[in-house]
Design a protein around this ligand. Structure first.
Ligand code: ZN
Length: 480
Protein backbone atom coordinates (compact mmCIF):
# COMPACT_ATOMS: atom_id res chain seq x y z
CA UNK A 1 0.00 0.00 0.00
CA UNK A 2 1.40 3.39 -1.01
CA UNK A 3 1.28 5.93 1.81
CA UNK A 4 1.70 9.62 1.20
CA UNK A 5 1.75 12.72 3.31
CA UNK A 6 -1.43 14.69 2.71
CA UNK A 7 -1.09 18.41 3.47
CA UNK A 8 -4.87 18.64 3.70
CA UNK A 9 -5.05 16.35 6.75
CA UNK A 10 -1.45 16.81 7.98
CA UNK A 11 -1.20 13.02 8.03
CA UNK A 12 0.55 10.24 6.19
CA UNK A 13 -2.33 8.31 4.63
CA UNK A 14 -2.94 5.18 2.57
CA UNK A 15 -3.36 6.02 -1.07
CA UNK A 16 -6.84 4.92 -2.13
CA UNK A 17 -7.60 6.12 -5.67
CA UNK A 18 -10.97 7.49 -6.71
CA UNK A 19 -11.09 4.96 -9.55
CA UNK A 20 -9.41 1.63 -8.94
CA UNK A 21 -6.10 1.25 -10.71
CA UNK A 22 -6.04 4.87 -11.87
CA UNK A 23 -4.31 8.00 -10.66
CA UNK A 24 -5.43 11.48 -11.67
CA UNK A 25 -2.70 13.90 -10.84
CA UNK A 26 -2.25 17.63 -11.40
CA UNK A 27 0.79 19.76 -10.66
CA UNK A 28 1.05 23.51 -11.10
CA UNK A 29 3.41 24.33 -13.93
CA UNK A 30 5.51 27.36 -14.73
CA UNK A 31 4.90 30.84 -16.06
CA UNK A 32 6.98 30.91 -19.23
CA UNK A 33 8.52 34.38 -19.05
CA UNK A 34 12.14 33.39 -18.37
CA UNK A 35 14.52 30.44 -18.09
CA UNK A 36 13.43 27.89 -15.48
CA UNK A 37 15.50 27.68 -12.32
CA UNK A 38 16.58 24.80 -10.16
CA UNK A 39 13.42 25.11 -8.01
CA UNK A 40 11.23 24.44 -11.07
CA UNK A 41 13.50 21.55 -11.95
CA UNK A 42 13.10 20.11 -8.50
CA UNK A 43 9.33 20.25 -8.65
CA UNK A 44 9.25 18.68 -12.11
CA UNK A 45 11.62 15.86 -11.09
CA UNK A 46 9.67 15.15 -7.89
CA UNK A 47 6.31 14.68 -9.64
CA UNK A 48 7.98 12.83 -12.48
CA UNK A 49 9.27 10.22 -10.03
CA UNK A 50 5.97 10.03 -8.15
CA UNK A 51 4.22 9.45 -11.45
CA UNK A 52 6.67 6.82 -12.63
CA UNK A 53 6.50 5.00 -9.30
CA UNK A 54 2.70 4.82 -9.58
CA UNK A 55 3.17 3.36 -13.06
CA UNK A 56 5.70 0.85 -11.73
CA UNK A 57 3.11 -0.08 -9.06
CA UNK A 58 0.64 -0.88 -11.85
CA UNK A 59 -1.48 2.27 -11.92
CA UNK A 60 -2.57 4.04 -15.05
CA UNK A 61 -1.62 7.67 -14.49
CA UNK A 62 -3.13 10.76 -16.09
CA UNK A 63 -0.88 13.64 -15.27
CA UNK A 64 -1.53 17.27 -16.10
CA UNK A 65 1.07 20.02 -15.79
CA UNK A 66 0.00 23.42 -17.09
CA UNK A 67 1.70 26.46 -18.53
CA UNK A 68 0.54 29.84 -17.21
CA UNK A 69 1.00 31.59 -20.53
CA UNK A 70 -1.06 34.68 -19.58
CA UNK A 71 0.56 36.64 -16.78
CA UNK A 72 1.83 40.09 -15.79
CA UNK A 73 5.44 38.94 -15.97
CA UNK A 74 5.03 37.75 -19.56
CA UNK A 75 3.26 40.95 -20.56
CA UNK A 76 5.94 43.11 -18.88
CA UNK A 77 8.72 41.29 -20.67
CA UNK A 78 6.92 41.43 -24.01
CA UNK A 79 6.39 45.21 -23.63
CA UNK A 80 10.00 45.73 -22.60
CA UNK A 81 11.26 43.80 -25.61
CA UNK A 82 8.69 45.12 -28.05
CA UNK A 83 7.26 41.64 -28.68
CA UNK A 84 3.86 40.02 -28.50
CA UNK A 85 3.29 38.20 -25.23
CA UNK A 86 2.63 34.98 -27.18
CA UNK A 87 6.12 35.29 -28.68
CA UNK A 88 7.66 35.50 -25.22
CA UNK A 89 5.60 32.65 -23.77
CA UNK A 90 6.02 30.50 -26.89
CA UNK A 91 9.78 30.91 -26.80
CA UNK A 92 10.11 30.07 -23.10
CA UNK A 93 7.69 27.14 -23.24
CA UNK A 94 10.02 25.59 -25.81
CA UNK A 95 13.13 26.39 -23.77
CA UNK A 96 11.57 25.16 -20.52
CA UNK A 97 10.55 21.86 -22.12
CA UNK A 98 14.03 21.43 -23.53
CA UNK A 99 15.58 21.91 -20.07
CA UNK A 100 13.19 19.42 -18.50
CA UNK A 101 13.87 16.92 -21.29
CA UNK A 102 17.57 17.23 -20.52
CA UNK A 103 16.81 16.31 -16.91
CA UNK A 104 14.92 13.25 -18.20
CA UNK A 105 11.59 14.57 -16.94
CA UNK A 106 8.95 12.89 -19.05
CA UNK A 107 6.27 15.02 -20.64
CA UNK A 108 2.97 15.06 -18.72
CA UNK A 109 -0.08 13.38 -20.28
CA UNK A 110 -1.43 16.87 -20.96
CA UNK A 111 0.41 20.19 -20.85
CA UNK A 112 -2.35 22.72 -21.48
CA UNK A 113 -1.95 26.47 -21.70
CA UNK A 114 -4.30 29.18 -20.44
CA UNK A 115 -4.78 30.65 -23.90
CA UNK A 116 -6.13 27.38 -25.27
CA UNK A 117 -8.57 27.02 -22.35
CA UNK A 118 -10.04 30.55 -22.42
CA UNK A 119 -13.60 29.46 -23.32
CA UNK A 120 -13.56 26.86 -20.55
CA UNK A 121 -12.36 29.50 -18.08
CA UNK A 122 -15.19 31.88 -19.02
CA UNK A 123 -17.78 29.08 -18.72
CA UNK A 124 -16.39 28.09 -15.33
CA UNK A 125 -16.56 31.66 -14.00
CA UNK A 126 -20.14 31.96 -15.25
CA UNK A 127 -21.12 28.91 -13.23
CA UNK A 128 -19.44 30.38 -10.12
CA UNK A 129 -21.40 33.62 -10.56
CA UNK A 130 -24.67 31.79 -11.16
CA UNK A 131 -24.14 29.74 -7.99
CA UNK A 132 -23.51 32.91 -5.98
CA UNK A 133 -19.81 32.35 -5.37
CA UNK A 134 -18.64 34.99 -7.81
CA UNK A 135 -19.65 38.64 -8.25
CA UNK A 136 -18.90 41.26 -10.86
CA UNK A 137 -18.14 44.95 -10.25
CA UNK A 138 -17.11 47.26 -13.12
CA UNK A 139 -16.12 44.40 -15.40
CA UNK A 140 -14.01 42.74 -12.70
CA UNK A 141 -15.09 39.39 -11.22
CA UNK A 142 -14.18 38.15 -7.75
CA UNK A 143 -14.64 35.02 -5.72
CA UNK A 144 -16.59 35.80 -2.55
CA UNK A 145 -14.81 33.80 0.11
CA UNK A 146 -17.55 34.41 2.68
CA UNK A 147 -19.77 32.15 0.57
CA UNK A 148 -17.34 29.25 0.84
CA UNK A 149 -17.32 28.12 4.46
CA UNK A 150 -14.38 25.72 4.05
CA UNK A 151 -12.11 28.56 2.95
CA UNK A 152 -8.78 28.13 4.73
CA UNK A 153 -9.05 24.33 5.06
CA UNK A 154 -5.73 23.63 3.36
CA UNK A 155 -3.53 26.31 4.87
CA UNK A 156 -5.19 26.13 8.30
CA UNK A 157 -4.90 29.87 8.58
CA UNK A 158 -7.11 32.01 10.73
CA UNK A 159 -9.72 34.03 8.89
CA UNK A 160 -7.85 37.31 9.43
CA UNK A 161 -4.70 35.87 7.86
CA UNK A 162 -6.43 34.74 4.70
CA UNK A 163 -5.61 37.86 2.76
CA UNK A 164 -5.49 37.93 -1.01
CA UNK A 165 -3.19 40.80 -1.65
CA UNK A 166 -4.38 41.93 -5.08
CA UNK A 167 -5.70 45.43 -4.49
CA UNK A 168 -8.85 46.61 -6.19
CA UNK A 169 -11.51 49.21 -5.34
CA UNK A 170 -14.08 46.75 -6.70
CA UNK A 171 -13.57 44.14 -3.98
CA UNK A 172 -16.39 43.69 -1.42
CA UNK A 173 -13.95 42.17 0.99
CA UNK A 174 -10.15 42.31 1.16
CA UNK A 175 -9.94 38.53 1.30
CA UNK A 176 -11.77 38.01 -1.98
CA UNK A 177 -9.66 37.08 -4.95
CA UNK A 178 -9.91 37.89 -8.62
CA UNK A 179 -11.38 35.55 -11.25
CA UNK A 180 -11.44 37.95 -14.19
CA UNK A 181 -9.93 41.40 -14.67
CA UNK A 182 -10.40 44.02 -17.37
CA UNK A 183 -7.32 44.66 -19.46
CA UNK A 184 -5.17 47.75 -19.20
CA UNK A 185 -3.72 49.52 -22.22
CA UNK A 186 -1.03 47.46 -23.85
CA UNK A 187 -2.25 44.19 -22.38
CA UNK A 188 -3.66 41.28 -24.37
CA UNK A 189 -7.35 40.63 -23.75
CA UNK A 190 -10.18 38.22 -24.48
CA UNK A 191 -13.88 38.96 -24.92
CA UNK A 192 -16.06 37.94 -21.98
CA UNK A 193 -19.55 38.71 -20.63
CA UNK A 194 -17.96 41.10 -18.08
CA UNK A 195 -15.21 42.96 -19.89
CA UNK A 196 -12.47 42.65 -22.43
CA UNK A 197 -9.86 41.19 -20.15
CA UNK A 198 -8.08 38.13 -18.87
CA UNK A 199 -8.45 35.54 -16.12
CA UNK A 200 -6.87 35.64 -12.67
CA UNK A 201 -4.09 33.17 -12.00
CA UNK A 202 -5.90 30.76 -9.66
CA UNK A 203 -8.88 30.01 -11.86
CA UNK A 204 -6.82 28.50 -14.65
CA UNK A 205 -5.61 25.55 -12.56
CA UNK A 206 -9.15 24.71 -11.42
CA UNK A 207 -10.31 24.82 -15.04
CA UNK A 208 -7.46 22.80 -16.52
CA UNK A 209 -7.68 20.14 -13.83
CA UNK A 210 -11.42 19.81 -14.47
CA UNK A 211 -11.06 19.86 -18.25
CA UNK A 212 -8.53 17.01 -18.42
CA UNK A 213 -9.17 15.05 -15.21
CA UNK A 214 -12.77 15.74 -14.11
CA UNK A 215 -14.30 17.37 -11.02
CA UNK A 216 -12.32 15.27 -8.55
CA UNK A 217 -8.68 14.31 -8.76
CA UNK A 218 -6.49 12.04 -6.66
CA UNK A 219 -3.38 14.13 -6.20
CA UNK A 220 -2.65 17.81 -6.52
CA UNK A 221 0.99 18.78 -6.32
CA UNK A 222 3.02 21.93 -6.22
CA UNK A 223 5.67 23.79 -4.28
CA UNK A 224 5.10 24.65 -0.65
CA UNK A 225 5.14 28.34 -1.63
CA UNK A 226 1.89 27.80 -3.59
CA UNK A 227 -0.09 26.46 -0.65
CA UNK A 228 -1.58 29.84 0.15
CA UNK A 229 -3.26 31.56 -1.55
CA UNK A 230 -2.99 29.63 -4.83
CA UNK A 231 -3.99 26.12 -3.74
CA UNK A 232 -6.47 27.39 -1.19
CA UNK A 233 -8.17 29.35 -3.95
CA UNK A 234 -8.15 26.39 -6.32
CA UNK A 235 -10.05 24.36 -3.70
CA UNK A 236 -12.58 27.16 -3.21
CA UNK A 237 -13.24 27.56 -6.95
CA UNK A 238 -13.37 23.85 -7.83
CA UNK A 239 -15.50 22.79 -4.89
CA UNK A 240 -17.86 25.75 -5.26
CA UNK A 241 -18.25 24.75 -8.90
CA UNK A 242 -18.85 21.03 -8.51
CA UNK A 243 -19.97 20.57 -4.91
CA UNK A 244 -17.47 17.68 -4.74
CA UNK A 245 -14.08 17.31 -3.14
CA UNK A 246 -11.50 18.71 -5.56
CA UNK A 247 -8.34 16.79 -4.64
CA UNK A 248 -8.16 13.91 -2.21
CA UNK A 249 -4.45 14.31 -1.53
CA UNK A 250 -2.34 17.46 -1.56
CA UNK A 251 1.37 16.93 -1.99
CA UNK A 252 3.85 19.76 -1.53
CA UNK A 253 7.51 19.75 -2.38
CA UNK A 254 9.93 21.64 -0.16
CA UNK A 255 11.63 24.92 -0.91
CA UNK A 256 14.97 25.54 -2.50
CA UNK A 257 17.91 27.45 -1.12
CA UNK A 258 21.21 28.39 -2.71
CA UNK A 259 24.32 28.51 -0.54
CA UNK A 260 22.29 28.76 2.63
CA UNK A 261 19.94 31.53 1.50
CA UNK A 262 16.39 31.22 0.25
CA UNK A 263 16.36 31.25 -3.52
CA UNK A 264 14.91 34.50 -4.74
CA UNK A 265 14.81 35.98 -8.20
CA UNK A 266 14.46 39.48 -6.86
CA UNK A 267 17.64 39.11 -4.76
CA UNK A 268 19.47 37.61 -7.73
CA UNK A 269 20.03 34.46 -5.68
CA UNK A 270 18.97 31.80 -8.15
CA UNK A 271 20.39 29.20 -10.47
CA UNK A 272 18.84 28.53 -13.86
CA UNK A 273 18.74 24.98 -15.17
CA UNK A 274 20.73 26.13 -18.21
CA UNK A 275 23.53 27.51 -16.01
CA UNK A 276 23.55 24.40 -13.85
CA UNK A 277 23.80 22.28 -17.01
CA UNK A 278 26.89 24.21 -18.10
CA UNK A 279 28.75 22.95 -15.04
CA UNK A 280 27.09 19.65 -14.26
CA UNK A 281 25.66 16.63 -16.02
CA UNK A 282 21.86 16.37 -16.02
CA UNK A 283 22.15 13.20 -13.98
CA UNK A 284 24.20 14.98 -11.31
CA UNK A 285 21.38 17.49 -10.94
CA UNK A 286 18.72 14.78 -10.86
CA UNK A 287 20.73 12.76 -8.34
CA UNK A 288 21.12 15.81 -6.08
CA UNK A 289 17.37 16.39 -6.17
CA UNK A 290 16.49 12.76 -5.50
CA UNK A 291 18.86 12.33 -2.57
CA UNK A 292 16.66 14.80 -0.67
CA UNK A 293 13.20 13.83 0.53
CA UNK A 294 10.79 15.72 -1.69
CA UNK A 295 9.08 17.52 1.18
CA UNK A 296 12.29 18.88 2.74
CA UNK A 297 14.19 21.96 1.69
CA UNK A 298 17.30 21.56 -0.47
CA UNK A 299 20.24 23.87 -0.06
CA UNK A 300 21.98 23.70 -3.43
CA UNK A 301 25.69 24.46 -3.57
CA UNK A 302 28.62 23.49 -5.76
CA UNK A 303 29.72 21.13 -3.01
CA UNK A 304 26.38 19.32 -3.18
CA UNK A 305 26.65 18.85 -6.95
CA UNK A 306 30.28 17.74 -6.60
CA UNK A 307 29.24 15.15 -4.04
CA UNK A 308 26.69 13.88 -6.54
CA UNK A 309 29.46 13.71 -9.15
CA UNK A 310 31.63 11.64 -6.85
CA UNK A 311 28.82 9.27 -5.91
CA UNK A 312 27.68 8.78 -9.50
CA UNK A 313 31.25 8.05 -10.50
CA UNK A 314 31.35 5.41 -7.78
CA UNK A 315 28.06 3.84 -8.93
CA UNK A 316 29.02 3.84 -12.60
CA UNK A 317 32.57 2.52 -11.97
CA UNK A 318 31.14 -0.38 -10.00
CA UNK A 319 28.63 -1.08 -12.75
CA UNK A 320 31.42 -1.00 -15.33
CA UNK A 321 33.57 -3.45 -13.40
CA UNK A 322 30.59 -5.78 -12.98
CA UNK A 323 29.66 -5.58 -16.67
CA UNK A 324 33.25 -6.16 -17.77
CA UNK A 325 33.67 -9.15 -15.48
CA UNK A 326 30.55 -11.02 -16.57
CA UNK A 327 30.68 -10.02 -20.23
CA UNK A 328 30.17 -13.17 -22.32
CA UNK A 329 29.85 -15.52 -19.32
CA UNK A 330 26.88 -17.90 -19.69
CA UNK A 331 25.10 -19.14 -16.58
CA UNK A 332 21.87 -20.96 -15.84
CA UNK A 333 19.60 -18.34 -14.34
CA UNK A 334 17.40 -21.08 -12.77
CA UNK A 335 20.13 -22.26 -10.45
CA UNK A 336 21.76 -18.89 -9.74
CA UNK A 337 21.69 -17.73 -6.14
CA UNK A 338 22.33 -14.35 -4.58
CA UNK A 339 22.71 -13.01 -1.04
CA UNK A 340 19.65 -11.71 0.77
CA UNK A 341 20.57 -8.03 0.36
CA UNK A 342 20.18 -8.58 -3.40
CA UNK A 343 17.16 -10.88 -3.46
CA UNK A 344 15.46 -8.58 -0.94
CA UNK A 345 16.31 -5.37 -2.79
CA UNK A 346 13.06 -5.11 -4.71
CA UNK A 347 11.00 -5.50 -1.51
CA UNK A 348 13.04 -2.73 0.11
CA UNK A 349 12.61 -0.48 -2.91
CA UNK A 350 8.84 -0.96 -2.70
CA UNK A 351 8.83 -0.49 1.08
CA UNK A 352 10.75 2.81 0.88
CA UNK A 353 8.85 4.21 -2.09
CA UNK A 354 5.52 3.18 -0.53
CA UNK A 355 6.55 5.23 2.47
CA UNK A 356 5.84 8.69 1.03
CA UNK A 357 8.10 8.16 -2.01
CA UNK A 358 11.32 7.99 -0.04
CA UNK A 359 13.78 8.04 -2.94
CA UNK A 360 16.72 9.15 -0.73
CA UNK A 361 16.37 5.95 1.28
CA UNK A 362 16.31 3.90 -1.91
CA UNK A 363 19.55 5.53 -3.07
CA UNK A 364 21.19 5.02 0.29
CA UNK A 365 20.15 1.35 0.26
CA UNK A 366 21.67 1.05 -3.21
CA UNK A 367 24.90 2.54 -1.89
CA UNK A 368 25.02 -0.18 0.78
CA UNK A 369 24.39 -2.88 -1.82
CA UNK A 370 27.11 -1.43 -4.07
CA UNK A 371 29.57 -1.67 -1.20
CA UNK A 372 28.83 -5.41 -1.03
CA UNK A 373 28.99 -5.77 -4.81
CA UNK A 374 32.48 -4.28 -4.75
CA UNK A 375 33.48 -6.90 -2.19
CA UNK A 376 32.06 -9.67 -4.39
CA UNK A 377 33.96 -8.31 -7.39
CA UNK A 378 37.32 -8.97 -5.72
CA UNK A 379 36.31 -11.93 -3.58
CA UNK A 380 37.87 -15.34 -4.20
CA UNK A 381 34.97 -16.97 -2.37
CA UNK A 382 32.88 -17.04 -5.56
CA UNK A 383 33.61 -18.51 -8.99
CA UNK A 384 33.17 -16.37 -12.08
CA UNK A 385 29.91 -18.23 -12.82
CA UNK A 386 28.64 -17.60 -9.29
CA UNK A 387 29.51 -13.91 -9.53
CA UNK A 388 27.75 -13.73 -12.90
CA UNK A 389 24.65 -15.36 -11.41
CA UNK A 390 24.62 -12.89 -8.51
CA UNK A 391 25.11 -9.87 -10.75
CA UNK A 392 22.40 -11.01 -13.17
CA UNK A 393 19.90 -11.26 -10.32
CA UNK A 394 20.99 -7.83 -9.10
CA UNK A 395 20.62 -6.21 -12.53
CA UNK A 396 17.04 -7.43 -12.88
CA UNK A 397 15.88 -5.38 -9.88
CA UNK A 398 18.38 -2.61 -10.38
CA UNK A 399 17.09 -1.88 -13.89
CA UNK A 400 13.55 -1.45 -12.54
CA UNK A 401 14.71 0.92 -9.81
CA UNK A 402 16.84 2.80 -12.25
CA UNK A 403 13.96 3.27 -14.68
CA UNK A 404 11.66 4.67 -11.96
CA UNK A 405 14.28 7.12 -10.68
CA UNK A 406 15.69 7.61 -14.19
CA UNK A 407 19.19 7.41 -12.74
CA UNK A 408 22.11 5.14 -13.70
CA UNK A 409 20.59 4.49 -17.11
CA UNK A 410 23.61 5.41 -19.21
CA UNK A 411 26.22 2.97 -20.47
CA UNK A 412 28.84 2.96 -17.67
CA UNK A 413 31.84 3.16 -20.00
CA UNK A 414 30.41 6.12 -21.90
CA UNK A 415 29.40 7.90 -18.70
CA UNK A 416 32.83 7.52 -17.13
CA UNK A 417 34.71 8.59 -20.21
CA UNK A 418 32.43 11.62 -20.62
CA UNK A 419 33.03 12.48 -16.97
CA UNK A 420 36.80 12.11 -17.29
CA UNK A 421 36.83 14.39 -20.32
CA UNK A 422 34.78 16.97 -18.47
CA UNK A 423 36.96 16.96 -15.36
CA UNK A 424 40.24 17.05 -17.31
CA UNK A 425 38.86 19.91 -19.30
CA UNK A 426 37.91 21.79 -16.13
CA UNK A 427 41.39 21.18 -14.70
CA UNK A 428 43.01 22.12 -17.98
CA UNK A 429 44.88 18.84 -18.23
CA UNK A 430 45.04 16.63 -21.34
CA UNK A 431 45.39 12.86 -21.57
CA UNK A 432 48.45 13.40 -23.77
CA UNK A 433 50.13 15.45 -21.07
CA UNK A 434 49.38 12.83 -18.40
CA UNK A 435 50.71 10.01 -20.54
CA UNK A 436 53.89 11.91 -21.41
CA UNK A 437 54.54 12.62 -17.74
CA UNK A 438 53.97 8.95 -16.92
CA UNK A 439 56.58 8.02 -19.54
CA UNK A 440 59.01 10.58 -18.05
CA UNK A 441 58.40 9.05 -14.66
CA UNK A 442 59.11 5.54 -15.95
CA UNK A 443 62.40 6.70 -17.51
CA UNK A 444 63.35 8.40 -14.26
CA UNK A 445 62.64 5.20 -12.37
CA UNK A 446 64.76 3.15 -14.79
CA UNK A 447 67.68 5.49 -14.23
CA UNK A 448 66.98 5.25 -10.49
CA UNK A 449 66.23 8.98 -10.33
CA UNK A 450 63.57 8.44 -7.67
CA UNK A 451 63.54 12.08 -6.70
CA UNK A 452 62.39 13.05 -10.20
CA UNK A 453 59.87 10.18 -10.31
CA UNK A 454 58.36 11.41 -7.04
CA UNK A 455 58.25 15.01 -8.16
CA UNK A 456 56.32 13.98 -11.30
CA UNK A 457 53.92 12.03 -9.13
CA UNK A 458 53.41 15.11 -6.95
CA UNK A 459 52.99 17.33 -9.95
CA UNK A 460 50.16 15.11 -11.23
CA UNK A 461 48.64 14.95 -7.76
CA UNK A 462 48.55 18.74 -7.70
CA UNK A 463 46.48 18.59 -10.87
CA UNK A 464 44.09 16.07 -9.33
CA UNK A 465 45.52 12.98 -11.03
CA UNK A 466 46.55 9.89 -9.10
CA UNK A 467 49.00 7.28 -10.37
CA UNK A 468 48.27 3.65 -9.80
CA UNK A 469 51.11 1.16 -10.00
CA UNK A 470 49.66 -2.33 -9.92
CA UNK A 471 51.70 -5.42 -10.83
CA UNK A 472 53.96 -3.58 -13.22
CA UNK A 473 51.12 -1.74 -14.98
CA UNK A 474 50.95 2.00 -14.57
CA UNK A 475 47.54 3.63 -14.78
CA UNK A 476 46.08 6.93 -13.70
CA UNK A 477 42.80 8.13 -12.36
CA UNK A 478 41.06 11.31 -11.40
CA UNK A 479 41.07 12.41 -7.76
CA UNK A 480 37.66 13.75 -6.82
ZN1 ZN B 1 -1.99 25.86 -9.83
Amino acid sequence: MIKLYNTLTRNKEDFIPINEGKVKMYACGVTPYDEIHIGHARQAVVYDVIRSYFEYAGYEVSYVRNYTDVDDKIIDRANREGKKSTEVSGHFMKENSRDLDALKVHRASHEPTVTECMDDIIDFIQVLISKGFGYEVNGEVFFDIDKFSKYGCLSNRKRENLINSEESPNKKNNNDFVLWKPHKTGEPFWESPWSKGRPGWHIECSVMAKKYLGDSIDIHGGGLDLLFPHHENEIAQSEAYSGKQFSKYWVHNGLVMIDGTKMSKSLGNFLTVKDALKDYFPEEIRYTILTHQYSSAIDFSNQLFLNARKRLHYFYSTLLRMRDLIDGVEVDSETSKAPEYITGLEAKFVEFMNDNFNAPRVISELADVFKELNKILVSSKYSLEEKTGIFNIFFKTFNDISSVLRLFEEKPRDYISKLKDKILNEREVTVEYIENRLKDRQSAKITKNYEKADSIKNELMQKGISIQDTSGLVGWDIIF
